[in-house]
Design a protein around this ligand. Structure first.
Ligand code: PMP
Length: 329
């Protein structure tokens, strides 16, 4: 019977869809992998189940334990789903730039949410990294998955996301593009695809200002991607290239994806698509560029999809009621 025993069993197996309207003619085919169709709404469901499995196997996470993680939301949702299935408590620590919608989502799944300032360095006692370390020390039975250093993150993408892309394109994929946050997605998928065909090019997308594209870690607004330090989940030898994308272009493309492609997705998806279109423009017309879209847009309705919010940063090019604008790629 095609009835899952639990939503956790429905993680992975997300579809590919061709992008049409946003892709300029003459370039390669661009295909999006729709990770918001995971049960928790993002690619992070995949790493959550793998990290918990590994911690149970190693004995780091014991029955009745508490999961404490600094997360911008998506990893928290994935962990909360797995925690519900297996009887763990969750405490999540978020930077204050994470939308209220996302925080409320975590609370809806039964997690406790602690909010910390974004504008402090990682070593500051109030940073979300420091606060989560303190909570781990002070909470009995606590386990911190640490998605930034946990090898189960990239492994989950090596074992599931990469093989799905290879199989669903019948091995025709020539380029893979993904935003880089912890680096787990690009590392795991890129490694798997290059093992199948070393000619496949792997391209990371990064917000302007982040360290992956040579920045200093200065603030940017797109959530879930870019870093101000180098996490060990990221293997910098996997990507062939990193493309930096501005907040303005990321948000404009995010709005176009909803408006023209029927894909209500998050800002890091718009960022990845801008990078994918740059890649497709220079690729062969026969090439197949797969771009991973990590999450959905409902957590960003009061930001990216709100004209006033966008205008307050000087990013509003086309009001939602207007005709779609153009993104310089
Ligand atoms: N987009 C969003 C919205 C995310 O939450 C994340 C994870 N931080 C990413 C992209 C990047 O994925 P990864 O951590 O695997 O590099």
């Amino acid at each position: 019977m095609p009835i899952a025993n639990h939503v956790v069993d429905l993680i992975g197996g997300t579809p590919l869809v061709r992008l049409n309207s946003v892709v300029p003619s003459g370039g390669a085919t661009v295909v999006a992998k729709i990770e918001y169709l995971n049960p928790g709404g993002s690619a992070k469901d995949r790493i959550a189940v793998k990290m918990v499995d590994a911690a149970e196997a190693s004995g780091e996470l014991k029955p009745g334990g508490t999961i404490v993680e600094p997360t911008s939301g998506n990893t928290g949702v994935g962990l909360a789903l797995v925690a519900q299935q297996r009887g763990y408590t969750c405490i999540f620590v978020c930077p204050d730039k994470v939308s209220e919608d996302k925080r409320n989502t975590l609370r809806a799944y039964g997690a406790e949410v602690v909010v910390c300032p974004t504008a402090v360095p990682p070593e500051h006692p109030d940073s979300y990294y420091s606060v989560s370390d303190r909570l781990v020390r002070e909470t009995p039975g606590a386990w911190k998955p640490d998605q930034y250093s946990n090898p189960a993150g990239p492994e989950s993408h090596y074992e599931t996301t990469g093989p799905e892309i290879w199989k669903d394109t019948d091995g025709t994929v020539t380029h893979f593009v993904a935003g880089v946050g912890t680096g787990g997605t690009i590392t795991g998928v890129g490694r798997f695809l290059k093992e199948q065909n070393p000619q496949i090019r792997v391209i990371g997308a990064d917000p302007v200002g982040s360290v992956y594209s040579g920045g200093t870690g200065r603030p940017y607004l797109v959530e879930g991607v870019g870093e101000d330090f180098w996490p060990s989940a990221y293997d910098p030898s996997v990507p062939d290239e990193i493309i930096a994308v501005s907040d303005a272009d990321s948000f404009e493309m995010t709005r176009r994806l909803a408006h023209e492609e029927g894909l209500l997705v998050g800002g890091s998806c718009g960022m990845a698509v801008v990078a994918a279109l740059r890649v497709a423009q220079e690729a062969d017309p026969d090439d197949v560029v797969v771009v991973l879209l990590p999450d959905g847009g409902r957590g960003y309705l009061s930001k990216i999809f709100n004209d006033d919010w966008l205008a307050s940063y000087g990013f509003l090019r086309t009001p939602l009621s207007g005709k779609p604008g153009t993104v310089s790629i």
